[in-house]
Design a protein around this ligand. Sequence first.
Ligand code: SR1
Ligand code: MG
Length: 411
Amino acid sequence: MSYRPLTETTAAAFLADIPAVAERLGGEANDWSVQEVGDGNLNLVFLVTGPQGGVAAKQALPYVRLVGESWPLPLSRAYYERLALADQARLSPERVPALIHHDDVMALTVMEYLTPHRTLRGALVEGLRYPLLAEHMAEFLADTLFFTSDLAVPAVEKKARIAAYLGNTAMCRITEDLIFDEPYFDAPMNHHTPGLDHVVATLRADIPLLLSAQALKARFLAAPEALLHGDLHTGSIMVTAQDSRAIDPEFAFYGPIGFDVGMLLANLWMAHFAQSGQRPGVEDGWLLAQAEALWAGFAERFAGHWRNHAPDGEGGALHALSRSDGVLRDAAIDAWRAATWSDSLGFAGVEIIRRILGLAHVADFETIADEALRADCEKRALLFARELLVDRQNFPNAAAISQRIAQGTAA
Ligand code: SR1
Ligand code: MG
């Protein structure tokens, strides 16, 4: 059998031949309802429900859905997504959807149907709040990043895991181009809100900014610190009031820890900047508080793993930094926290800039119909992002960031 994209008409019959899926749905394929709901940039997503339950079936297309067949993209990304889902399920089982079935030829991954979950980005655009979000995502980040790092994994094993993801080059290439390069010149697929022309020209001529973006790209290319989700924005998180799950790890690879953390922080900060365009006069500090809680929760939990995981040297390659005697371990944790915070701010900065000037924008800003209002929100976000790239030493902690954003001036 060869690859063929499923449709709402053909999906049920195909899935009926997979025992684990048929059992979960119950009844016959004719009784099932199938809806294609993919609203991301790349794939098909079918929600299939039967008399006993549901599944989400994600199928890669051989091209970038957002752009069309003119931009081919390997189906192998589905293989890496399944690999990452399995690793994440081992390390943080409550924070990812359960894997039910995978088919490499069809580039198809069938997962637990998360219901009544919804995409975090859409919920934030509507002004909804999720009290456990920061705690849950801090847990996901700390558990997946610490336990795939040199602090937890012996060197030989870690190198084998890096190698297992090395082939995901096409997805890394998207990030390399779309996040670190294209926003900084007049690339063909870039677009921005008309009122931003002047600020865009200024940013593209800003040498310290361009240098910083390239320095971050160098980190992204050559720092295989841990297994990254690789695309952890608010569209990759499904939420209810009680639950939060990270989905869509098709960009997974071994990279710098601050990339995952920074991308999520950036998306929370963008949601904050968009508030004044979405609901003028009713902005609040909830999203800034979430970003603070996310960083604090992540850093604390990561440090906790560091102290508790094989404290006397039998753990990962960096076991000398885990010994519980003396002050070395605590000094190492402090140094790690400062370096990862700085990296996270830089990666957050490039994520914000690319979501406003590059190809792939976000609903937070795009749903602001009034162009002048949208440009105003985006401009404030851009100027903040520039500081994250070139002046991040001014922000020693997340509270300093919240203060800067709330006051609208440099700290
Ligand atoms: C062409 S893909 C554009 C963006 O969508 C994905 O979700 C990633 O964020 C990627 O950069
Ligand atoms: Mg995605």
